[in-house]
Design a protein around this ligand. Structure first.
Ligand SMILES: [Zn+2]
Length: 222
């Protein structure tokens, strides 16, 4: 299944060089000859939602947030495959961002509504489930989001992104330890890698065939 970015959340002016909105075709267009591709900024822009009262609230505790108090937190955390797409992001305050840790949104909602004893049980359950996912080399995100592509027959395009050495090291260590990637690679329907080029490099080096990807359908690279 491909995933559509929720473009209805976009403000009228997009403040990212090279990025524009084709309103008629409901597509984001990124002109790679104009700017460098800022995937994280695009996702933050699409995640940011101003509520009816004109404020931005923490999605969990409801606290009204000033601009410099906003955290972008994953519904399914990275540790269980949670990728950075708006469908997996919520705005939180710093406290909820910190306390949520490796919990999913659903686990965290249960956690904040529990007493101290129940909280301990939930934390223990989360830890156990993490171990399960590592062992099974699985992801906790909805299965329908993930596709597997054969990189011998489908070459991915890497030109949007530079390798980040710190990320590379982290991804490599994770791969060597657990023999899978912590999150799928994010690509568009033209096979451009939008996020996770480091994993693709590792996959090529390891001569892997099938790799997990998340395919976004409404962002076009020109
Ligand atoms: Zn909060």
């Amino acid at each position: 299944m491909t995933i559509k970015l929720p473009l209805e959340n976009l403000p009228n002016t997009i403040n990212i060089r090279g990025l524009s909105l084709d309103r008629k075709n409901k597509k984001l267009i990124f002109n790679s000859s104009i700017g460098s591709f800022k995937y994280g900024r695009i996702i933050r822009l699409l995640t940011r939602k101003v509520e009816l009262d004109g404020n931005i609230h923490c999605s969990y505790c409801g606290k009204v947030l000033k601009n410099n108090e906003i955290f972008y937190n994953r519904i399914y955390p990275r540790e269980v495959g949670g990728i950075k797409i708006p469908q997996n992001m919520l705005i939180t305050c710093s406290k909820c961002n910190k306390n949520k840790g490796n919990m999913t949104k659903f686990e965290y909602l249960e956690y904040i509504n529990s007493n101290e004893k129940q909280k301990k049980v939930i934390k223990q359950k989360v830890k156990k489930s993490m171990e399960f996912y590592r062992k099974e080399r699985a992801y906790k995100i909805p299965k329908t989001w993930i596709e597997y592509i054969n990189i011998n027959t489908t070459e991915l395009k890497t030109k949007l992104l530079k390798i980040n050495n710190k990320k590379m090291l982290y991804e490599k260590e994770f791969y060597e330890k657990y023999e899978y990637f912590i999150t799928p690679i994010i690509i568009n329907t033209q096979n451009y890698i939008l996020n996770g080029v480091e994993k693709y490099k590792i996959a090529q080096k390891e001569k892997l065939d099938n790799i997990p990807v998340i395919i976004i359908e409404n962002i076009k690279i020109i």
